[in-house]
Design a protein around this ligand. Structure first.
Ligand SMILES: Cc1ncc(COP(=O)(O)O)c(C=O)c1O
Length: 410
């Protein structure tokens, strides 16, 4: 159905068809339109860059790339002091992070968690925790990497109950390293909030445990902040907010502000091990990406910007919890922070209801002109609500108003 709709204009969280019909995008594209459609400051900076110079080989963009990197590092967790600006998308940034870990510690195996999504190249499909994306591609199945249980408390894979659950999902790292691996686990990659998997927020204490185990086993910890980074949670980095202390952080999506592809890998200084010839792409760190990233950092770092995401995000969370009170028979759980929320859709027995989640998304588009997205590319039962970080309180109210109508209709 979405394939029949064509948009020719956008502003803030709103999109317009050639007939000037207005839609609300409650998920900011695929969570990459962090500053809303056509943010005027980005458009202006990009227009100027297009007029001046669109592309020049990355051999000649080093100075600008370093400036942009510095502006990101200024906001990064304190121990993260260096980085790499030669990527263009999240998938390659994650591949770069794994290369860095492999080269740094001389080991090769990668650990990730079930329901994770780290990209769609052969390798990142391989290390993501979703079999449905691998089904047709035998090259994405490797015995060199492993998926361990996700920290998904609402449906705990061990049926344990917090807060004294013993973090069995984190302890699984020990099990795998000792019994499942070749003895050479190089790194663990994890999203601070499992975005595609269903807006899954690990419990308090989980990341502390993971960090301890990684230290004990000499495993590099990579935080995939492709979705959570650059303000999505109301904090510049989710790693900082959740005190994850990763060795490496990857960024993409929101870094480009208005949908311009941009990516970065950030790390502790001892992880600066890559040679340029080992990881760079023709369009990696191109002038338009760098311009968009620079302006995005300027806007998101401004006084009051993230405070507003936190305050309005709280209001959004309150609205979604109110929906759960009113429609608790189909909304099993509401999870989120900042402008990153998910509604877990359940059937009468509390089991995941994927069909209903997809119906909610379809009805939102067809009857209420609102774009929502589902978890696991339509194979999951979580409906995601993640407006642009520039969404106002009026926008949030409008999203709630339409959601309310959708649930009452269904
Ligand atoms: C957490 C996470 N990591 C990595 C990626 C891959 O990024 P890209 O699609 O830019 O390659 C995605 C994309 O959805 C993602 O959500």
């Amino acid at each position: 159905m979405a394939d029949n709709i064509k948009f020719i204009k956008g502003e803030g969280i709103r999109l317009y068809t050639p007939e000037n019909e207005e839609y609300i995008d409650a998920v900011s594209g695929t969570f990459n339109i962090s500053l809303g459609y056509s943010h005027p400051e980005l458009v202006e900076a990009l227009k100027k860059q297009v007029e001046d110079l669109i592309h020049v080989s990355s051999s000649f963009t080093g100075e600008l790339a370093q400036e942009v990197l510095d502006s990101i590092l200024d906001e990064a967790p304190e121990h993260i002091t260096d980085g790499w600006m030669r990527d263009i998308i999240g998938s390659t940034a994650n591949e770069g992070a794994v290369k860095i870990a492999n080269k740094f510690n001389g080991k090769s195996e990668v650990l990730s968690v079930s329901l994770s999504h780290h990209g769609q190249t052969l390798f990142t499909t391989n290390i993501s925790g979703n079999a449905f994306r691998r089904k047709s591609f035998s090259n994405t199945i490797s015995t060199n990497n492993a998926v361990i249980p996700a920290p998904y408390c609402y449906r705990c894979p061990f049926s344990a109950k917090g807060p004294d659950c013993g973090y069995l999902c984190a302890e699984a790292i020990h099990d795998y390293a000792q019994y499942g691996s070749s003895g050479g686990v190089s790194c663990m990659i994890i999203e601070p909030i499992l975005g595609n998997g269903g807006n899954i927020i690990p419990p308090d204490g989980y990341f502390k445990k993971v960090r301890e185990i990684c230290d004990e086993l000499d495993i590099t910890l990579i935080a995939d902040e492709v979705q959570t980074g650059i303000g999505r949670t109301g904090h510049m980095f989710a790693s900082e907010y959740y005190d994850i202390k990763p060795d490496i952080i990857t960024l993409a999506k929101g870094l480009g502000g208005i949908g311009i592809p941009a990516a970065a890998i950030l790390y502790k200084k001892e992880y600066a091990v890559l040679e340029k010839f080992e990881h760079s792409y023709t369009s990696g760190g191109n002038l338009l990406s760098l311009t968009a990233s620079q302006k995005t950092m300027e806007v998101v770092s401004r006084a009051g910007f993230l405070e507003n995401v936190r305050a309005s995000g709280k209001i959004l969370g309150d609205f979604l919890n109110k929906l759960k009170e009113d429609y608790g028979h189909v909304i099993g759980d509401v999870r989120g922070i900042g402008y990153m929320w998910g509604l877990e859709i359940v059937d009468k027995d509390g089991a995941p209801d994927v069909d209903l989640a997809n119906r909610i998304i379809d009805v939102a588009l067809s009857d209420h002109k609102m774009i929502l997205r589902g978890s696991r590319y339509g194979f999951g039962n979580v409906v995601k609500v993640r407006p642009a970080l520039t969404a106002t309180q009026d926008d949030i109210e409008e999203i709630y108003f339409r959601l309310n109508k959708i649930f009452s209709q269904l």
